[in-house]
Design a protein around this ligand. Structure first.
Ligand SMILES: Cc1ncc(COP(=O)(O)OP(=O)(O)O)c(N)n1
Ligand SMILES: Cc1nc(C(=O)O)sc1CCOP(=O)(O)O
Ligand SMILES: [Mg+2]
Length: 351
């Protein structure tokens, strides 16, 4: 390795260590001062010490000499989502995401200098995943329900080609008004679904959006997603709740007013209501049309997302029926410019 590359590597390790320690400290403050949890505070403190000890294997002068904060081009770049946080829950979620990402960076670059350092950081990363998901369960659950209440545009996406294209698409959709993303891909294997669900959950936390996994409460739990969406023939709401706990969201598909009433009784957090129109994603024998939306709007208090063939040509029929929430696939996926289609759908749902 050239001296220049080595210096750059130390600079990355130094910056990522600072980010990881700040993230751990932010989580620790919640555990210590908000929920008075000695076990989680001490685990977070112990992970901090593990990270500091691992990085202490490197010569401190090399790290300090590589530090160049005034010359860091990244200090000028901050996304609007970084400058505001919707809630305390998103502060803690962002800290957890930042910590995990920084530890991964240290692990990867650290391998080029000291494999023992990388191994210790890997342990810290796994321990962070565990404590962060436990900590998340203590965050005010109403925050998710409040955000769901404010949500109008829900988009179903497949797993995409790879993490990078999935991540870019997810970020762009959230930035263009999508409130909820659902990972729905009947062809992807479990490992791919889990990987994308983890990534989607992190991005949702950064963007202030919600991330739901279709059908699979187990994957939703493992990935730290905001919840699961289940169908009439799938895992019952009560069993999904047993897996996901009280604060996560559970959505249920409904195709009649009776099913919508049952969804309320079953403890669903929201319903999908359709299929309203024929679409290109899934075919049905029967379409409920705007008539069911009118009934649901008049009678059902849960957030209800109209679904099935909804696009810019017919979304006004949805809002005219009194429903200002829609879940779509094709209208965004097949649009020449998915981000623009999402932004326009969002505007039309508000009317
Ligand atoms: C928001 C939303 N509504 C309905 C569905 C459909 O769920 P389901 O009937 O279980 O069918 P599959 O999506 O599993 O094929 C949904 N996924 N999301
Ligand atoms: C997955 C799904 N469920 C539906 C239901 O009515 O339960 S309609 C539907 C397809 C949604 O995709 P598009 O917006 O392309 O029609
Ligand atoms: Mg399903």
């Amino acid at each position: 390795m050239t001296d220049e590359t080595l210096r750059a590597t130390y600079r990355i390790l130094d910056a990522s260590t600072n980010r990881a320690l700040e993230g751990l400290r932010t989580m620790e403050e919640w555990a210590r001062f908000a929920i008075d949890d000695p076990a989680m505070s001490s685990e977070l403190k112990s992970i901090r010490h593990l990270v500091a000890g691992a990085i202490g294997r490197l010569p401190r002068t090399s790290l300090l000499l590589a530090r160049d904060t005034p010359g860091d081009v990244g200090t000028q770049i901050s996304l609007p989502t970084e400058m505001s946080r919707a809630s305390v829950a998103s502060v803690v979620a962002a800290a957890a995401a930042r910590t995990a990402q920084s530890l991964r960076v240290i692990e990867e670059y650290g391998k080029t200098i000291d494999t023992e350092l990388a191994a210790q950081i890997e342990q810290a990363r796994y321990r962070t995943y565990t404590v962060a998901s436990r900590l998340e369960l203590t965050l005010p659950g109403d925050d998710r329900r409040r955000r769901l209440q404010d949500a109008s545009l829900y988009v179903l996406v497949d797993a995409g080609r790879d993490d990078a294209s999935f991540g870019d698409a997810a970020r762009s959709l959230y930035q263009n008004g999508v409130d909820v993303l659902q990972l729905r891909d009947h062809d992807a294997d479990d490992r791919t679904l889990l990987e994308r669900a983890r990534l989607g959950s992190v991005i949702a936390g950064q963007c202030g959006g919600l991330f739901i996994v279709n059908d699979r409460a187990d994957l939703a739990f493992a990935a730290g997603a905001d919840g699961v969406h289940v169908g009439q023939e799938e895992l019952p709401v009560a069993d999904a709740r047993r897996i996901l706990g009280p604060t996560k969201l559970i959505g249920l598909s409904t195709h009649s007013i009776e099913q919508a009433r049952d969804a309320v009784a079953a403890g669903a957090d929201y319903i999908g209501c359709g299929p309203v129109f024929a679409g290109h994603t899934k075919s049905f024998d029967h379409y409920v049309g705007p008539a069911l939306l009118e009934q649901v709007s008049a009678e059902i208090a849960l957030p209800a997302f109209a679904i099935g063939g909804i696009d810019l040509t017919n979304v006004d029929q949805v809002t005219s029926a009194g429903i200002h929430r829609a879940a779509v696939t094709g209208a965004v996926r097949d649009a020449p410019d998915p981000a623009e289609a999402a932004a326009e759908l969002k505007r039309r749902l508000a009317k």
